[in-house]
Design a binder for this molecule. Structure first.
Ligand SMILES: C[S@@+](CC[C@H](N)C(=O)[O-])C[C@H]1O[C@@H](n2cnc3c(N)ncnc32)[C@H](O)[C@@H]1O
Length: 272
């Protein structure tokens, strides 16, 4: 295995899911994460970056994004999922297949995935940078409104100007597709930056306040029933203790609420 820099972070989230699977009261089952981690091995030097905090917040995010994908899939009768920066994600294995499922990441990560023999019906790997917009060719002939794009743990690793460009291109080529992604808020930015620098995978930008700015800036329209306030309330409801208690407390403080990190779901608004 040869994962460096930002691609190494995929091992952290893999470990978090494998550890979640082993809990007595787990948020989700993920036997593949356990098996893949056992095959790859855990680099000892990552120990100092990994903690119950990293594990817990990763598992909460994974669980909630799984649920949002299910909701979008049912709501829009989706038949196509693209998981950008999939890392060592086992989402397709956890939540099943609506038709075509594309897992995209940088070539070194896809090589590791293929070495693990990850495959499923309708599941396809794409070795590319998200900034090589040719990946959208793989969706030619699919209906954008029936497509779900997932970008979990990705956008803040890219320079902000790249993220703008990528959204513009997705809005041009996949108008009406649902997109699910997470942002780091101003309240967490400094600690997240120190953490990611130490890991050798620097993050570049924080979501501006208020939280909705993370949709407006990128041309993402609200999906009725999945407004940011409802999504965060759902995140809190799904979180186990002591996370639920801590999140409830934090969200009562307006200044924290607006500057929070979190998950965004919306539609890629057509470019006018
Ligand atoms: C924090 S991991 C997240 C992996 C996965 N989404 C998850 O949550 O487990 C970040 C991932 O982003 C990928 N990545 C970073 N820059 C990328 C780019 N320009 N194109 C595609 N993938 C990228 C890395 O290789 C890595 O797998």
């Amino acid at each position: 295995m040869n994962l460096e820099g930002v691609s190494r972070t995929a091992l952290m989230t893999l470990r978090a899911r494998a550890d979640e699977h082993k809990k007595r009261r787990r948020l989700f089952a993920d036997p593949d994460a356990v098996a893949w981690l056992a095959k790859l091995g855990w680099p000892k030097e990552l120990d100092r970056h990994y903690s119950w905090w990293v594990q817990g917040k990763t598992a909460i995010r994974v669980d909630h994004i799984d649920e949002l994908v299910r909701t979008c899939r049912e709501g829009f009768d989706s038949n196509t999922v693209v998981e950008l920066a999939c890392g060592l994600s086992s989402r397709r294995q956890r939540i099943g297949n609506p038709g075509l499922w594309i897992d995209l990441d940088l070539p070194e990560v896809i090589t590791v995935r293929e070495g693990l023999g990850i495959s499923g019906e309708g599941q396809r790997h794409l070795a590319a940078s998200v900034m090589d917009f040719g990946w959208m060719d793989a969706l030619a002939g699919r209906t954008p409104e029936k497509t779900i794009v997932i970008a979990e743990g990705l956008f803040y690793y890219l320079p902000l100007r790249d993220v703008y460009q990528l959204f513009e291109e997705m809005r041009r080529r996949l108008p009406g597709a649902a997109i699910i992604y997470d942002v780091i808020g101003e309240v967490d930015f400094e600690s997240a930056r120190k953490f990611s620098d130490a890991l050798g995978a620097p993050i570049h930008w924080a979501n501006k306040s208020p939280f909705e700015q993370g949709m407006i800036d990128f041309g993402v329209a609200t999906i009725p029933g999945l407004e940011p306030e409802g999504v965060v309330a759902d995140s809190v409801k799904r979180a186990p203790q002591p996370w639920r208690f801590l999140l409830q407390r934090a969200l009562k403080i307006e200044n924290l609420r607006d500057r929070r990190s979190g998950i965004i779901v919306g539609w890629l608004a057509p470019l006018r």
